[in-house]
Design a protein around this ligand. Structure first.
Ligand code: GRF
Length: 203
């Protein structure tokens, strides 16, 4: 399978997936890494791993729709089987999410459906939760709302601040995202209706 990864920043999840491909843990090819930010650190990391990179600067587009249509064209040139959002910090239009429905994955730093949106670590702390975590899910029109594929739970310690918590969540991200991508590439992880299935069993 052909993987396209979309990033906006550090790209550590992209690197984790690329390393799993390189180590042949995932039988796939990363055919492109696309950033919407020229300054994304992940672009250099991708280039250092000899991956093809593209830049599509959202500030040059008048509307979300125009940006998303150009983004689709850029992605389609790479003929992907799966599109992986790895810290891609743009809200996608329904045109985009419908186009890639069932082959579009995202990682979100909370135990979805809890804490959709931003500042998830601080919100979990403020709520006095005992546990926090991270979710890989299929992307649908609803922001952070598609069916879950895999989650990792991270205990919240009394002494935690948001930064420490975020760091431990990040470590788990690098473990579960390659697993989800591997399952998808093996044809084991699929989406049917509004459900994610692993080996044809509802997750
Ligand atoms: C991660 O926290 C991820 O959960 C969120 O964006 C961040 C991306 O980190 N969606 P990185 O760019 O992969 O290091």
């Amino acid at each position: 399978p052909r993987i396209v990864i979309l990033i906006s920043g550090t790209g550590s999840n992209m690197v984790a997936i690329a390393e799993a491909v390189k180590a042949e843990e995932i039988d796939a090819e990363i055919v492109g890494v696309i950033s919407n930010r020229p300054t994304a650190e992940g672009l250099e990391k991708a280039q250092a791993m000899d991956l093809h990179t593209d830049l599509i600067d959202h500030t040059l587009y008048a509307s979300r729709e125009e940006f998303d249509h150009s983004l689709i064209r850029m992605i389609e040139d790479l003929k992907p089987d799966v599109v992986v959002l790895a810290g891609f910090m743009r809200i996608l239009t329904a045109d985009f999410t419908r186009y890639y429905e069932g082959r579009l994955l995202n990682i979100h730093p909370s135990l979805l459906p809890k804490y959709q949106g931003l500042n998830t670590h601080q919100r979990a702390l403020d709520a006095g939760d005992d546990i926090h975590g991270v979710t890989v899910h299929f992307v649908t029109e609803e922001l952070d709302g598609g069916p879950n594929a895999i989650q990792a739970i991270v205990p919240i310690l009394d002494i935690d601040n948001a930064q420490q918590l975020q760091q431990r969540v990040h470590e788990q991200e690098h473990i579960i995202y390659p697993i989800a991508v591997k399952w998808f590439c093996e044809g084991r992880l699929t989406m049917k209706g509004n459900e994610a299935l692993l080996d044809n069993k509802v997750l």
